[in-house]
Design a protein around this ligand. Structure first.
Ligand SMILES: Nc1ncnc2c1ncn2[C@@H]1O[C@H](COP(=O)(O)OP(=O)(O)OP(=O)(O)O)[C@@H](O)[C@H]1O
Ligand SMILES: Nc1ncnc2c1ncn2[C@@H]1O[C@H](COP(=O)(O)OP(=O)(O)OP(=O)(O)O)[C@@H](O)[C@H]1O
Ligand SMILES: [Mg+2]
Ligand SMILES: [Mg+2]
Lengths: 166, 165, 165, 166
């Protein structure tokens, strides 16, 4: 139905602009812009959706020109915007933090922590800051080659294992 | 908390029955390259009904059955069971726990299980659709795929909004 | 040491003339997301003759010209110069340094430069081909692209071998 | 010419098997396998090229099933195998280490150091171990938003900046 799509679209769009600025640290008066655009507004049930994403201080350009990390942060903003409108009871995020610098991992984990109040998040990661944000850690390893084994681990175990493996 | 635990047996790199409990909040899965982290994510997608072998990094669905190692022989089937908390009746069933299972034999024979009872794939799909877990592509993000929403065609991005509507 | 330095002026996020000296060995380029690291790699590919705007993440080639910021106006052209050490005559020219340059105006007008003298793209391509720098797609690996060799079609992998032959 | 292609193919293949085992720590008697395969050996000038890559202790399967990090290490092995046959005077590697765990970054940087004896390597990275392997470090930043600025930096500067940004 047109109305349901429109309402969902507007709600996601609202979140998108706000979350984008949180993730890109857009401060008051110095914000970035992020918006979803209906390519064919006259035909909402068929229209494709385009994305405008302009980091704070930069000029609007095609999103293809954004950096690897900026694209990832924009995608994270969009995914969580949809999530806010229609929360899943759980989500599995496999190495979302891979292209992010330390400051961006920090912002990403902040959002994760807030959202994890009402949903379960399972995150696969190599990143220490993401590990610190987790309440529970499972370590996967292959003491017998080719056979996975899972153990509950502490953050300190991870350091030890990483050092040994290094 | 909705997800309680997953049991993986014979799926990809998990020949030995493995049980992972899912607490509330954020659960981190860590370990070296190739140790099996993404395989857990694949197991979750598979038991929830994923039909495309390619999207599970295989060429045919049989590829998800433990293929053996230099020291161990292959197994004859893969099975995954995912148990949900149901005290708040997210599923319209009279159980406090609901367990969805899937098994695949090398012959191609496969079965779906609801609280260990055989059922059809359709029953699982309907159950998930009603519960709000459904076919929610944005709830399980595969490794390396996060940028795809940015580089996707306008029609594909539309699907993301439609699913939320 | 073969690469001596790059001069970037008006290319992508470099409105102010920027000179980077390249020592021998390993040079690390570090900095936050979106700061300009990959843009340096794009500048190198562009001055060596890259013709595809898409492979430089743009929609049209004009996208590589500094577009301005909230505080600065756009620029009218982009220019990159790459200077090579030539004491061992990797280029068949009587200069101890060889500098390859490229300039693009918003009008679409563009020029190629060899030691600051205008020349044709063809001259640059021939020079690079003879020197062993050539069209060596495996010498400049773009961000996120390393796995493509693995997931590529068999015909594309063949190209990699052919270029080395 | 058929002979030139064949010789190049064999040379790259030889390196591929050896480098793969170095990168995957395949020990004596416990090696992995990596090989290029001509899909149409009767027609070498037209034939496509396939890849077999079997980490130590694991069974041969389609390379699609390998993990993100394993695919990256296999690709690195192949790229450097070609490089050995036809060294470029320089190479630009943009975040090749992104999917790698600490132990694999260590092995990757070992290979980089050896190869950098005769070629220049420019590597873009967020990884501390890769930074430690570099002889020279340039820091790119945007004190004025949207305008890139480059400065020579020391490893200690990077730590300070990362902490501040965090
Ligand atoms: N059917 C199977 N039988 C045995 N092993 C398998 C099977 N399918 C996949 N594997 C193995 O699982 C491994 C990949 O595991 P996975 O993708 O979970 O790693 P990961 O921990 O996510 O690593 P990374 O950090 O690199 O992403 C591969 O080495 C592959 O050989
Ligand atoms: N023509 C242009 N004019 C102005 N800015 C541009 C232009 N083209 C690209 N940019 C900007 O350059 C930035 C991307 O830079 P780059 O890809 O080099 O980042 P990076 O340092 O590699 O980051 P990451 O660590 O995320 O990979 C984008 O924010 C983009 O807006
Ligand atoms: Mg993985
Ligand atoms: Mg980059």
């Amino acid at each position: 139905t047109v109305r349901l799509f429109r309402e969902t679209f507007e709600a996601v769009n609202m979140n998108f602009g706000l979350l984008f600025n949180r993730l890109f640290s857009g401060r008051q008066g110095q914000e970035g812009t992020a918006e979803l655009i209906l390519l064919d507004p006259a035909n909402p049930l068929e229209s494709g959706v385009d994305i405008i994403a302009r980091p704070p201080g930069k000029k609007p350009q095609s999103i293809s020109l954004l950096s690897g990390g900026e694209k990832a942060m924009t995608a994270i903003a969009l995914l969580f915007s949809v999530f806010l409108v229609r929360p899943s009871p759980f989500a599995v995020l496999d190495e979302l933090d891979a292209p992010l610098d330390e400051a961006n991992v920090e912002r990403y984990t902040q959002i994760l922590k807030e959202f994890s109040q009402r949903s379960q998040f399972i995150v696969m990661t190599h990143n220490k800051r993401t590990m610190e944000a987790a309440e529970t850690l499972y370590g996967v390893s292959m003491p017998e080659k080719g056979v996975s084994r899972i153990l509950g681990v502490q953050l300190t175990d991870v350091d030890t294992v990483a050092e040994a493996a290094g | 908390m909705v997800l309680k635990r997953i049991e993986i047996f014979g799926f990809k790199s998990f020949p030995d029955k493995t049980v992972v409990e899912f607490p509330s909040g954020i659960t981190g899965i860590v370990g070296p390259n190739g140790s099996g982290k993404s395989n857990i994510s694949d197991a979750i997608r598979w038991v929830l009904g994923e039909q495309s072998a390619k999207s599970l990094r295989g060429e045919k669905m049989e590829d998800v059955i433990f293929a053996g190692t230099a020291k161990r022989p292959p197994l004859g089937f893969a099975e995954v069971n995912l148990t949900f908390e149901n005290t708040r009746r997210i599923f319209p069933l009279e159980f406090s726990e609901v367990s969805i299972g899937r098994r695949l034999y090398r012959s191609g024979e496969s079965s779906y299980l609801l609280n260990k009872q055989e059922c059809r794939l359709r029953d699982i799909q309907d159950l998930l659709m009603d519960s709000g877990i459904g076919k929610r592509t944005h709830a399980i993000i595969e490794q390396g795929k996060v940028e795809e929403i940015i580089t996707a065609k306008p029609e594909q991005r539309r699907l993301l909004i439609e699913e939320a509507a």
